[in-house]
Design a protein around this ligand. Structure first.
Ligand code: UDX
Length: 426
């Protein structure tokens, strides 16, 4: 199938690579010239396992990148909208990019004869798909579903595992009132072995938010238990293992530590709180999820303060800046919050991350950026482990105090723990 994808961010690029591997012909559109050039040069614009290989395989035969949105829409049958939906701190999400894409599609449809299929993948609050259809109808003077079709098809890809997740989906959610686009998408994804859940627009939009809110709740729940366990001298990891063996709970997303970050959980939970509050409902659980998460990075500082009267002038190594391993993404990373607190306490920071240093250099240009994790350790008297990169288990920590915020030395690696080791919740 000939498919255009608007937005070459995490979701758009991975979708392009995945669909090309399934045999489809992809035109990837972005306003960023540099990104377009990189993709056309077979270079992955983000660090994502397996992506580089797929771009090398499919550019330019099955994937082409361009800034020319109108031509891309005219020459394809189906368009995915994968643009960003950034949010303000209070949870209001910005739909300018989504609405802008709809407008461009509508203008192009004015001159396109054949029926066009449009699929929204960006995470949007319930009601947005219907707003998008209205924009397209008003501008293109075409009618849904007769002249163009529309579906909401949320993504559930984890950064760092996004390529794997694309080919191994638990389910494919397709929200639409038009059976024709549902069939089109089933055909597009036919080689992915996953059940398809057909819903209406709002249900599909809400499934995405609820999915992320539930996973975030699991994490804040185990972090709260972890904070209690720490006070009682209990290893939370063993407790998590014990409850995870109950099939009704399951073992996943029960890793306690410094809290969740990234581009989705914090933003989606706050957007849902914002939307709920707008309707007159005050969501208690979601607010608590947020509150526990905001406080969790401070647990590292509390542990440090307990051991040292003052951190002023202390050399502290920060290993890991990304919000999790296998990504260079530092959005909402708990490591950044910890760095801010330590700067306030006038500590001398030696930081290292195998792939995520560049964006942090822009935020904190004066920190000591080490060439290697070992160099950061050698320059410090205290080490903080803030991203679960596996390479951090293979280093020489000597007898320096090591505070682990990510349970890097978990059950199979307990024997590798440094001599002077302490976990945040264990
Ligand atoms: C998440 C969702 O998993 C994905 O379905 C959605 O499409 C986008 O948001 P992502 O943000 O890439 O994906 O990462 P994920 O692996 O879910 O982790 C999110 C955060 O939670 C990370 O900071 C991670 O370290 C933390 N986490 C995860 C925990 O603290 N404990 C856990 O048990 C699991």
């Amino acid at each position: 199938m000939k498919v255009s994808i608007i937005g070459a961010g995490y979701v758009g690029v991975v979708l392009a690579a995945g669909l090309a591997e399934l045999g489809h012909e992809i035109t990837l559109v972005d306003i960023d010239n540099k990104k377009v050039e990189m993709i056309n040069n077979k270079e992955a614009p983000i660090y994502e396992k397996g992506l580089q290989e797929l771009l090398e395989k499919h550019v330019p035969t099955q994937i082409k990148a361009t800034t020319d949105l109108k031509t891309a829409i005219s020459n394809t049958e189906l368009t995915f909208v994968c643009v960003g939906t950034p949010s303000r701190k209070e949870g209001l999400i910005h739909l300018e990019q989504v609405k802008g894409a709809c407008l461009e599609i509508a203008i192009t449809l004015l001159r396109k004869q054949a029926k066009h299929y449009m699929v929204l993948k960006s995470t949007v609050l319930p009601g947005t798909s219907e707003e998008c259809i209205k924009i397209i109808e008003d501008v293109s003077r075409k009618k849904f579903p007769k002249d163009f079709s529309f579906a909401m098809n949320p993504e559930f890809l984890r950064e760092g595992n996004a390529v794997h997740d694309f080919f191994n989906q638990d389910r494919i959610v397709i929200g639409s009132s038009d059976a024709e686009i549902v069939e089109k998408l089933k055909e597009l994804y036919q080689d992915i072995k996953a059940p398809v859940l057909e819903t209406n627009f709002k249900e599909a939009e809400m499934i995405k938010y609820t999915n992320n809110a539930f996973l975030a709740t699991k994490i804040s729940f185990i972090n709260e238990i972890g904070n209690i366990c720490k006070k009682l001298g209990i290893d939370t990891n063993v407790v998590a293992k014990g409850i995870g063996m109950d099939w009704r709970i399951g073992p996943h997303f029960l890793r306690s530590g410094i809290g969740f970050g990234g581009s989705c959980f914090p933003k989606d939970v706050s957007a849902l709180i914002f939307r709920a509050t707008e309707t007159g409902y005050s969501p208690k659980i979601l607010r608590a999820v947020f509150e526990v998460n905001e406080a969790q990075p401070k647990k590292v500082i509390e542990l440090l303060d307990k051991k040292h009267n003052s951190l002023a002038g202390k050399n502290i190594a920060i290993l890991g800046l990304a919000f999790k391993a296998d990504t260079d993404d530092v959005r909402e990373s708990p490591a950044l919050q910890i760095i801010k607190e330590l700067i306030l306490e006038q500590a001398n920071l030696h930081v290292y991350d195998p792939v995520a240093e560049e964006p942090v250099k822009k935020l904190f240009p004066t920190l000591n950026y080490a060439e290697s994790a070992q160099e950061a350790i050698d320059n410090a008297e205290i080490v903080l482990l803030l991203t679960e990169w596996q390479e951090f288990t293979q280093l020489n920590y000597g007898d320096k105090l090591v505070i682990d915020g990510k349970n890097i030395f978990d059950s199979e690696r307990v024997h590798l723990r440094p001599k002077n080791y302490e976990g945040v919740c264990w």
